[in-house]
Design a protein around this ligand. Structure first.
Ligand code: NDP
Ligand code: MG
Length: 370
């Protein structure tokens, strides 16, 4: 029996890697749904590969039709590669209709972790992380069981500014920030990788996915991006997941879990010399990481505010309205407000998200006047 797959964000970086996997293993998967937002031309091309798939272009059909389509679909698994907070409600629709969810859209967990976990449990659906760090931790925890784990260590490439001085970072341009050293990804996450906001989001994601307090989730900079993350077990030893950086690894793992996928991807070759470096993150120069730790520790709606403010700020930076150093200012200012209310429903999550966006826009306008 082929596994029926619904691909959200099919035209993006995660979506394209997913399409590559399913096209190379047609005996295993049948694509029954694809979604893109604005790139109708690419969606049309994809639809030609998958004649049995329903195609949704949400900028035209609206989100409601996608949510209905997800609910009614006979997909076994939904891959969510939508960028940003817009990925939340499609995740909810997938889980509430009992479909397994291969989740790249970290915003789903950052914004609504506890409610999402509950929805998965209630509907007997599996929540399978695709973010490479979380996919690694997920696999490692399976081997030892959660009680054996004392710490999670997320690796970060350090982004393009890892070795830049504070003064250089202050002058960084959009083009500089878009030049990621090891991963090729969408624009938003590439900027987040340069500011370490992405690692911050991942700290929150890890706390919520693996039920860990923020102080037990550590970050280490590892420029080669070969170690995707580590766990420390109670006896003090470390276990790592290592492979060449290629998102097709974690996507295929999620698609096939609990089986291990047969892979034809290039493997690490020990016949050649290579090095792996590790260094602590420079927190003073990348304040968004510390802000994310604060949001993770405070919980409730703070992670929603962190994510919303950062999305607003990154969008402005991508349009060259603010400087790189303003990203942290907008998010820090937004977190100063009271986000202590724990959302009791997805509607309340979306309300808090909307409020945080308004705050962030106000703060940005004040910044621009200075
Ligand atoms: P991309 O920008 O490459 O792709 C985003 C996809 O989402 C596109 O298909 C886009 O459609 C669609 N989309 C954009 N806006 C909306 C919207 N408002 N409503 C619905 N769909 C929308 O992003 P990535 O693939 O890089 O990232 C996707 C998610 O995966 C993010 O949450 C990111 O953090 C996460 N992730 C990505 C990794 C990577 O390697 N890229 C690694 C780990 C996690 P269209 O093109 O038609 O506009
Ligand atoms: Mg990641």
């Amino acid at each position: 029996m082929k596994k029926k797959v619904f691909i959200l964000g099919a035209t993006g970086s995660i979506g394209t890697s997913t399409v590559d996997i399913v096209l190379h293993t047609p005996e295993k998967y049948e694509v029954v749904g694809i979604q893109a937002h604005s790139d109708g031309a690419s969606l049309k091309k994809l639809a030609a590969f998958f004649p049995n798939a329903r195609a949704y272009l949400t900028s035209e059909s609206g989100m409601e039709s996608l949510l209905r389509g997800l609910t009614e679909s006979d997909a076994d698994i939904v891959v969510n590669g939508i960028a940003g907070a817009s990925g939340l409600m499609p995740s909810v629709a997938a889980l509430e209709s009992g479909k397994d969810l291969a989740l790249a859209n970290k915003e789903t967990i950052v914004m609504a972790g506890p409610l999402i976990q509950a929805a998965a449990l209630k509907n007997g659906a599996k929540l399978l992380p695709v973010d490479s760090e979380h996919s690694a931790v997920f696999a490692l925890i399976q081997s030892f069981g959660p009680d054996a784990v004392s710490e999670l260590i997320l690796t970060a490439s350090g982004g393009p500014f890892r070795a830049w001085t504070s003064e250089q970072i202050a002058q960084a341009t959009l083009e500089d920030a878009l030049r990621h050293p090891t991963w090729s990804m969408g624009a938003k996450i590439t900027i987040d990788s340069a500011s370490l906001a992405n690692k911050g989001l991942e700290v929150i994601e890890a706390c919520r996915l693996f039920n860990m307090p923020a102080e037990k989730v550590k970050v280490v900079v590892h420029p080669q991006s070969l170690v995707h993350s580590l766990i420390r077990t109670k006896d003090g030893t470390l276990y790592a997941q290592i492979s060449k950086p290629d998102m097709r690894h974690p996507i295929a793992s999620a698609l096939d879990w609990p089986e291990l996928p047969e892979s034809s991807l290039e493997i690490l070759d020990f016949s050649k010399k290579f090095a792996m470096d590790f260094e602590p993150p420079r927190r003073e120069d990348f304040p968004l990481l510390g802000l994310a730790y604060r949001a993770a520790g405070l919980g409730a709606s703070y992670p929603i505010a962190f994510n919303a403010a950062n999305e607003i700020a990154v969008d402005a930076f991508l349009h060259k309205k603010i400087r790189f150093s303003d990203l942290a200012r907008v998010t820090a200012g937004t977190l100063e407000h009271d986000w202590a209310q724990e959302p009791a429903s997805f509607e309340e999550v979306l309300d808090a998200d909307e409020k945080a966006r308004m705050r962030a826009i106000n703060i940005m306008e004040t910044l621009l006047k200075c």
